[in-house]
Design a protein around this ligand. Structure first.
Ligand SMILES: [Zn+2]
Length: 165
């Protein structure tokens, strides 16, 4: 089984598929690299949303998403998209990998990070269904907190990395 990632339903270019295992690692390194980089409440919300694509809880093989599904907000859209690109670049340079607990093989992770960044770079405000509820599948956590073990933002039901055992 695997997961599909895309920009939006109207932009099929660049869609890619990652195995369940590759998806776990992709989301993990994004969450690890992103936590210390997130500076605004909205950037933290984006990290919480990504953590919420937790295959252990929502089901394996259904964790793929389109970048347009994230809880973007109009006023900070450009800055937040740039933030996500910085997060992907940091993840590729192995920022936070020490908190992963193991060293993932660079392939296909590095390629998937590049593909993910390309999807984010292609996202434009017109691709977002602004009126749709784009909450995490698991809902928003009552309190925003960092996992004390992984220093990654937790979703409504714990830490993506702690749950992946
Ligand atoms: Zn954790």
């Amino acid at each position: 089984m695997s997961n599909w990632f895309g920009t939006s339903p109207t932009k099929p270019e660049g869609r890619f598929q990652a195995t369940n295992g590759a998806t776990d690692v992709l989301l993990a390194v994004l969450c690890l690299a992103g936590a210390p980089l997130a500076q605004t409440p909205q950037q933290i919300r984006l990290m919480v949303w990504l953590a919420g694509q937790d295959q252990t809880l929502i089901g394996r093989g259904v964790a793929g998403f389109d970048l347009c599904d994230l809880p973007w907000e109009r006023p900070s859209f450009a800055a937040d998209r740039a933030f996500l690109l910085v997060v992907a670049a940091a993840a590729k340079t192995r920022v936070g990998w020490d908190r992963l607990g193991y060293t993932p093989p660079p392939e296909p992770l590095e390629e998937n990070l590049d593909l993910f960044a390309a999807l984010a770079a292609a996202l434009e405000p017109g691709d977002v269904a602004w009126d749709d509820d784009r909450s995490p599948i698991l809902g928003w956590p009552e309190t925003i907190r960092l996992c004390p073990r992984h220093d990654a933002y937790e979703h409504a039901h714990g830490c993506l990395l702690c749950n992946d055992v």
